[in-house]
Design a protein around this ligand. Structure first.
Ligand code: GLU
Length: 532
């Protein structure tokens, strides 16, 4: 028997395996995210997991993680752990999935890592070979190339199928001889479907699409005995009783093949939702976000730029359904899961990763957050991405830091702007250039006016015993004294601003005075007066 020749060690049958994976309750919705740990985590993995969570949230549900590590050549060791960690930060917590510390899986449908399920796949492949629905194929690279050339010359579809697959028709004897010669082989599906027939595919997002049937004898098991994604995911989705497969558009083209495999197994296929690829606009027009070319494809990009998790979630929610934005305005406190997402309304034309929009969402969230929360989050972020700045701010007291946050939170779009906007508040002051201080528009025509303005400010500050309570208080005092000195507000406040921050762009003088408080402000102004 051919199957025993190929799989002498496999003694289980599909029936004995299926028995170990009992049917889940009928009313359960079961979704999964099944990343391949080959690189960084794409932003669309988060998008995809959010869709899983949304669809499952409305129902009674199980959301599980499966690690699809059948492509071992491209595997990156740390990737799977990292994915889990990142998903957690997005509150995308799994009901089932691999447990890493001791490599034990939770729940009944384990293992949740494909490389640990090889023997399960082999049982099903053996069964297909036994039923003559799959066959070993010993074609060499060269033979495959020659076949392709013949097909190209005849202008017919290229690949291994029907009469172009000699091993489809091989006898057991011929296979045995090839095996005895230790030839490399793969196992191919023996497609029964037709090149000229069409199939209706149903998809929750795309609705109904009519397309060509699969007719190719695709590889289901590679020469290293590891099954391909097409086969492995199908077995897993069946045994784990997945009800909804939500995955990106790239897999839609393989759906006819997956449908044939399900039909061949006599299994009911889950429901499918293929979401549109995320796109960006560049000089060349609209194109798919590319993991090779676009740094913003990597979720770490958003972390390093210090976008808040809430902003990324809102931003992606808005890509899912454009009505989300208006709802968010009315419901700033609610979870995105409370929004009534409609799969049929998934934005098809503009699944656009628009960083300006994300900046806007992030700025809005920062603006509305209380100062203490921002401070806490800022320290968390700094501890991961900018230890130096964390050490610096920790040399200052909390009150000072919070005053800075209060001032900046209406001005910055994301936290990585914090460093450039605050270095003059955390470092020794410098002497501003004369070009900066002398400003015709502000009626500061010479350095004497600058000196006069700074001396007046010093007088005001030195006459104070206590620090200022508010910016308004500073304003009232300065406006009164400036008027008495027969000067213009800007004639005084501009040089003060330059002395306190020596930069072209920075907060205004009154705000700087409020943040720095009296002693530091006096020191900085005196330093400038001594040096000009
Ligand atoms: N491992 C596949 C990928 O990372 C998952 C596709 C699926 O969800 O079925 O693209």
């Amino acid at each position: 028997m051919l199957e025993n020749l190929l799989f002498p060690d496999i003694t289980e049958t599909p029936e004995t395996i299926i028995e170990k994976y009992p049917k889940r309750k009928d009313w359960l919705v079961v979704t999964r995210i099944a990343p391949s740990p080959t690189w960084f985590l794409h932003i669309w993995a988060i998008y995809s997991a959010m869709l899983d969570k949304i669809i499952a949230h409305k129902n009674n549900w199980i959301f599980y993680l499966r690690i699809e590590d059948t492509d071992q050549k491209r595997e990156v060791e740390w990737a799977a752990h990292k994915y889990v960690d990142i998903m957690k930060q997005f509150w995308l917590v799994f009901d089932e999935g691999p447990v890493w510390t001791d490599y034990i899986d939770v729940w009944n449908y384990w293992p949740y890592t494909q490389s640990r399920r090889e023997n399960i796949y082999k049982v099903f492949i053996k069964d297909l070979v036994k039923k003559w629905l799959a066959y070993p194929c010993f074609l060499s690279e060269q033979e495959i190339n020659e076949t392709r050339q013949i097909q190209e010359a005849s202008k017919i579809p290229t690949w291994i199928y029907k009469e172009y697959s000699p091993w489809r028709f091989a006898t057991e004897e011929e296979v045995k001889t090839a095996l005895d010669e230790w030839k490399d082989f793969v196992i191919r599906l023996k497609s029964k479907w037709e090149i000229s027939r069409k199939i209706d595919l149903n998809d929750i997002i795309k609705w109904k699409i009519t397309t060509w049937e699969n007719f190719l004898d695709i590889v289901i098991c590679k020469s290293n005995w590891i099954p391909t994604y097409h086969f492995a995911h199908l077995i897993d989705d069946f045994l784990m009783w997945t009800t909804h497969v939500i995955r990106w558009d790239e897999w839609f083209a393989s759906l006819p093949l997956h449908m044939e495999l399900f039909a061949m197994m006599w299994w009911k296929a889950p429901l499918y939702a293929h979401y549109w690829p995320l796109v960006k606009i560049d000089w060349n027009g609209k194109r798919k976000l590319s993991k090779r070319k676009d740094p913003e494809a990597d979720i770490e990009y958003y972390f390093k730029a210090w976008y808040l998790i809430d902003s990324i979630i809102d931003f992606l929610s808005n890509i899912i359904n454009s009505g989300f934005e208006d709802w968010r305005k009315q419901n700033p406190e609610k979870s995105y899961l409370d929004y009534d997402f409609k799969f049929e309304k998934i934005n098809t034309a503009w699944a656009l990763v628009d960083i300006d929009k994300l900046n806007f969402v992030n700025a809005n969230i920062i603006k509305n957050m209380d100062d203490e929360t921002i401070y806490k989050k800022l320290k968390e972020y700094l501890s991961k991405y900018d230890i130096e700045l964390l050490n610096t701010i920790q040399n200052f007291d909390d009150k000072y830091n919070i005053k800075i946050i209060r001032e900046l939170k209406t001005k910055i779009k994301k936290f990585d702007e914090f460093r450039e906007n605050t270095y003059f508040l955390y470092n020794e002051s410098e002497i501003p250039s004369n070009e900066l201080m002398i400003n015709e528009k502000m009626k500061i025509t010479d350095i004497e006016t600058v000196k006069k303005a700074l001396n007046l400010s010093l007088e005001i500050l030195k006459s104070r015993k206590n620090d200022f309570e508010s910016i308004d208080e500073i304003k009232n005092i300065f406006v009164e004294k400036i008027l008495n000195a027969d000067m213009k507000n800007w004639q005084v406040l501009w040089p003060v601003r330059c002395a306190l921050s020596w930069e072209q762009f920075s907060p205004w003088a009154l705000e700087l005075l409020y943040i720095l408080w009296i002693d530091k402000s006096i020191q900085r102004i005196e330093k400038v007066l001594k040096n000009i």
